[in-house]
Design a protein around this ligand. Structure first.
Ligand SMILES: Cc1cc2nc3c(=O)[nH]c(=O)nc-3n(C[C@H](O)[C@H](O)[C@H](O)COP(=O)(O)OP(=O)(O)OC[C@H]3O[C@@H](n4cnc5c(N)ncnc54)[C@H](O)[C@@H]3O)c2cc1C
Length: 173
């Protein structure tokens, strides 16, 4: 089946993009090579702009009280004891368990109608005006949502609309 938007990567960026796109009325398929919700090493601090983004998504209110704590300011401390500190603007930010953030965003994506494919890595993409072989996802747009710059993948990001097709492979054992 062809969807409007295919998203490669199920981290916060991919899930947030998927939620926005689905709520805008687009059909969305998201592919994540690992399990979802996904944990990863993270300081787990969300600054005020990130918090506003979570609020716009309606995701913040789904966080359990035990999953987060307020961050009112930041303090940098040097080895010689000198320090620099300041308050964050407005209500500040929050520290939130990465697993809780991932779970809430995943729930919101599913609720918005995103077709979620965990343990499915995107291996390649191409363009076609005809039907693709089974097991491939066709879409008008392809969005890559992983942060690491990679020369091989640079041309993947924000492919313009067209007959984009992705080759996907399950990473399940
Ligand atoms: C030690 C550490 C501490 C950090 N602390 C903070 C912090 O306090 N606050 C903060 O805001 N940020 C912090 N960060 C940065 C933050 O974790 C990242 O900026 C954030 O995870 C980026 O989100 P993302 O969705 O762009 O990418 P990611 O979270 O990396 O998600 C990308 C996803 O794409 C998937 N993927 C990759 N290739 C494929 C493929 N071919 N097919 C399918 N899926 C694929 C990956 O498995 C991954 O799940 C920290 C990072 C580190 C390493």
């Amino acid at each position: 089946m062809k969807v409007d938007v295919a998203i490669a990567g199920g981290g916060p960026a991919g899930l947030a993009a998927a939620i926005h796109a689905a709520r805008a009325g687009l059909s969305v398929a998201l592919f994540e090579r690992e399990e979802l919700p996904r944990d990863k090493a993270c300081g787990e601090g969300i600054m005020p702009p990130g918090l506003q983004a979570l609020e716009r998504l309606g995701a913040r209110r789904h966080l359990e009280a035990s999953d987060w704590a307020p961050i009112l300011g930041i303090r940098y401390l040097q080895e010689d004891g000198s320090a620099l500190e300041g308050r964050l603007p407005g209500a500040g930010g929050i520290g939130v368990r990465r697993t809780a953030l991932a779970r809430v965003l995943l729930d919101q994506a599913k609720e918005a109608g995103v077709s979620v494919h965990a343990r499915t890595a995107v291996r390649a993409h191409g363009r076609s005006k005809t039907g693709m072989a089974p097991g491939r996802q066709r879409s008008w747009w392809l969005l890559t949502a992983w942060p690491r710059p990679c020369a091989q993948r640079r041309d993947w990001t924000f492919l313009p609309p067209g007959h984009v097709a992705m080759g996907c492979a399950s990473t399940s054992a």
